[in-house]
Every structure is written in C-alpha cells, then in structure tokens.
Design a protein around this ligand. Sequence first.
Ligand SMILES: Nc1ncnc2c1ncn2[C@@H]1O[C@H](COP(=O)(O)OP(=O)(O)OP(=O)(O)O)[C@@H](O)[C@H]1O
Ligand SMILES: [Mg+2]
Length: 247
Amino acid sequence: MGLFKHRYMGTDDTIKNGAKLITLADPKSGPAEQFRTIRTNIHFMSVDRSLKTLAFTSSGISEGKSTVTANVAIALAQEGKRVLLIDADLRRSTLHTTFNLSNRHGLTTILASDSNEIDLADVVKESGVENLSVLPAGPVPPNPSELLSSQRMQSLINGVREAYDIVVLDVPPMLQVTDTQVLSTHLDGVVLVVRQGVTQKAAIRRAVEMLKISKANILGYVMNDVYDDDAGYGYGYGYGYDYEEES
Ligand SMILES: Nc1ncnc2c1ncn2[C@@H]1O[C@H](COP(=O)(O)OP(=O)(O)OP(=O)(O)O)[C@@H](O)[C@H]1O
Ligand SMILES: [Mg+2]
C-alpha cells in the first residue's frame, strides 16, 4: 500500500542470516533482560483470559518482528513453557535460517495439502533450544494470503493450542498485505512492534485501526531499537498506550 512513505526501506539481513538471538548468545545482557520483561508482561496479560496463541506484527517491514518473536519465544521456553514458534510470514520467512533448519517442508506444506488430517510431526522441528519447537514457513506459495486466511489455517491454530503451552507466530506486516488482519481474529492476542525513529505515527494508527476492525485483542506494543547508552540498543515494552492521543 503506498499511503505511507517510509524513510527506512528495510533490509533482508534476517532473511539471509537469521534473527539475532541475544537471549541465547548473551542471556545476562540488557536486551535479554528486556525480552524477559516482555515475557512477564505477557503472563500478566493472561491472568484473566487464556493467552495461548500470540502474534507479533508491525505496520511495515524490517521493524523487528522476527527478532522480537524469536527472542520472546526463547525467553518463554527458557522458563520451561512448551513453545511452538510458527513462521507465518510466508513472503519474508526467517525461522529456518535463524534456527538452521530445512525449509523444504513447513506451514505451506500443511496448508496446501489435500489430506484431511493435519500431521504436524512431519513438519514441526526441534529448534535446538530446550522446550522450543519450530514450524518453518515452507516453500513460498503463489497464494500466501489465500493460505493464511484458509479454514485449514484456523484448524491448525486450534489444533496446536492443545499441544503446547503457548504458540507464537511471526506474521507479515499490517500495511503491506491483509494476511495478519485476517489471521488476528483467530488468535488470542496481537502485539505491535514499533521501531523507534522508523515507524511513523500515522502508520501505527492505521495498523491499530485495522486490528480493531478485525476485533483482534491488541495486547500492546514492543518499542524496538530504543537507544541505550550501555547496550547500544534495546527493547522496551508497553501496553494500554493510546495512539489516538498522539498528534
Ligand atoms: N533492537 C534492534 N537493534 C538493532 N538492530 C535490530 C533491532 N531489532 C531488529 N534489528 C535489525 O533490524 C533488521 C530487521 O529486523 P527483523 O528482520 O527482525 O524485522 P522484521 O520486522 O521481521 O522484518 P521483515 O519485514 O523482513 O519480516 C535486522 O537486520 C535486525 O537484525
Ligand atoms: Mg521478519
């Protein structure tokens, strides 16, 4: 969609090299601690209502979705939760590269299959991180939107929620394609990743508006790439923030 001009044109770094897993590489660092704070906030959010399926999205590309999603999933697994991480960003998939896994079979294999049964065992892979399983995106299909909004995708989400403590999805950005808007109606919660100095307020507002239209449960936002004197960069988390009040 050409409504918003992004100063930042994005990067394919994570697609080529995988997301940086600071929660594994340096668990004692400031950013790793920030990811644990995000984890704690997710737990607070699930006191009153079950929060088993959760996606991180953003208004545009390269705002940190894949990095935040993978690190939060690891933080959840590190405290003993059985976590499934699904790569539902079919056009810009990264999880197989991040965890060094084959992408020959994945989510698209299940969604495009004719079989009535969904057999996850063939496609869900162990990540190498204890308690964390990964469902890679699979080969890029010609019709990603159709697959993600299919009945089969809904059945898959309903199926995996029983098998894991929490299911975390890396999904496409809101303003490029409608996939996440459709998908969010079937999830327990959605978190918006906002990149400081990059994401435009109008774009955030539009993304929130779209999520509200689809009656998504917007849990809050992760403020990514916040400059920190010690760490150089960081992750912050907030919720209940009213974007309408910003000018
Ligand atoms: N807090 C941060 N500090 C520094 N670099 C970051 C931070 N978060 C993300 N990056 C970098 O920004 C780039 C984009 O991040 P990432 O791939 O996670 O975003 P994305 O929203 O998933 O992008 P895409 O739209 O391609 O899916 C990567 O090079 C990543 O390493
Ligand atoms: Mg990504």
